[in-house]
Design a protein around this ligand. Sequence first.
Ligand code: FES
Ligand SMILES: [Fe+2]
Length: 428
Amino acid sequence: MLRKEQNELLTQTAPGTPMGRLFRCYWIPALLGDELPENDCPPVRVKLLSERLIAFRDTNGRYGLMDEFCAHRGVSLWFGRNEQCGLRCPYHGWKYDVSGQCLEVPSEPEESGFAKKVKLRSYPLVERGGILWTYMGPPEAQPPLPEWEFIMVGPSHRFTSKRLQESNWLQAMEGGIDSSHVSFLHRGDLDSDPLFKGAKGNQYNLSDPRPVFEVVESPGGLHIGARRNAEEGRYYWRITQWVMPSFTLIPPRGNHSVHGHFWIPIDDENCWTWSFDYHPTRELAAAEVAAMRDGKGIHVRTAPGTFRPVANKDNDYLIDRAAQKAGRTFSGVEGIGMQDASLQESMGPVVDRSKENLVSTDNGIIMARHRLLRAVKAFTDKGALPPGVDLAHQKVRSAAVVLPPDVPFTEGARDALIARLETAPASI
Ligand code: FES
Ligand SMILES: [Fe+2]
């Protein structure tokens, strides 16, 4: 449970808010690389942390992310002409470069130097691992570029998608660290989804609906261990990673690729759900990539030309009551990603956490909130750099292991929780 003020503190990320300032300590994913596929391609509107921005790629391949609105009289630069190393407002021709600097005000005499004095707010935009990342904090505090394992492996080892989620970022992220819902909500999919089925661990998941959670702080966030019974008194552990502020890694299954998410606020009532799959030691098969594109696993089918899911709140997520009754899906909604999104959106745009009744399987969520509250306070009061900015904090892996009953998962899976390129994940 959170008090109303605490709930507001963690869910509001506009400029100047405490959580907004915290989010602005990190490099965050802004666009998929192929949203700006070539030099001088059309600009793209991007809303992040309640700021309306425009992204473009200039004649020389440089990326820019800046205020969406022209400094003259506020026209959206989405209508802009992307030409000769700059974006030109079509209303009166003011032109900006990738740093937001105004290059030309054609109606003014050039010798007046007026253009030099005009600059739009802008942020760096850098491609890494097929994603365009931005950093929206003060330039003097800009950290090194991110090194999450999924962006450090080769392009044939990974697949990334993003979708609009019509809820606040925190309730979406909380779904990513709540592994107890898998035995219920996703039970129909563990044995049928091509990106999940066939793993031995699935049987432990399905046969023990009462996992015991052990949550341990990690340098960047939390290791969230969910313990279920395996054979001969041993334990099946699924260890989820959460790294601040909103990176989550789902424990692997068999030789399937590893799934994970980033949850990035668009504004306080919407977020981007970034979903990725990767495998450190093998390429993804064509059939796997085809399944991901088709909305299987944690990915979702989106309406062509948009990032809004085909199943959405306007069509009741295409709920199939017959499938629900027959148990083919537990909720009636098809697909793991939409099962999560539909229920998280159903809570309303910002869930009222003062009305919850939390239980022991919510320990990961409880500790994540505390860690966020602590980090916000330390940053606001003392300027302390929050967890997850340090590159070492990003080198984590999720794991699925079977251990003897007397071995804590932090010992039995110690090495498995560290990302070491070209070593296989610990998976069952
Ligand atoms: S509004 Fe953009 S140039 Fe006038
Ligand atoms: Fe889920």
